[in-house]
Unconditional design. Structure first.
Length: 149
């Protein structure tokens, strides 16, 4: 479905790609196939709470550190966005910024379509589209006003 707007919510494990127009929403979920972890992480007396050991949670690996960037995953997300003119990228941590950097290096047409990268915890797809519609309404109104550029 070729659309003008899309919103992507992502973390390092999955991406929710939502392309929409005034009447329709098309969604696609893309899962990372990577199981590689970056080394490092938190040290000190709060190891278990901050990413070391079997109790580690979130995007921390049990050995410490965070999941590493998955270029294949980011490229697959970029391919799903081909033809979209304005993209809002959202997510809870670094994956959204890594995706933008990936696009600047490898998928320049997608990089030029990304209008912003924003933090968002874990909204439902419906909440994500509502947030994006509101964002793009303001963005499009400001784009028409030269004093807002």
């Amino acid at each position: 479905m070729p659309t003008f707007h899309a919103v992507v919510w992502m973390d390092r494990r999955e991406a929710h790609v939502l392309m929409f127009d005034r009447e329709h929403v098309e969604s696609e979920s893309i899962k990372s196939r990577s199981h590689h972890k970056a080394t490092g992480g938190h040290v000190g007396s709060h190891q278990l709470m901050h990413g070391r050991g079997p109790a580690a949670g979130g995007s921390h690996s049990p050995d410490g550190g965070h999941d590493s960037a998955d270029e294949n995953f980011y490229h697959e997300v970029a391919q799903a966005l081909q033809g979209v003119r304005e993209i809002l990228v959202a997510g809870p941590a670094q994956a959204k910024d890594e995706f933008r950097a990936h696009c600047q290096r490898h998928d320049k047409d997608i990089a030029s379509a990304i209008v912003d990268v924003v933090s968002a915890d874990h909204p439902s797809d419906r909440q994500l589209v509502a947030m994006a519609r509101q964002y793009f309404l303001k963005h499009d109104l400001n784009a028409g006003d030269p004093t807002q550029r």
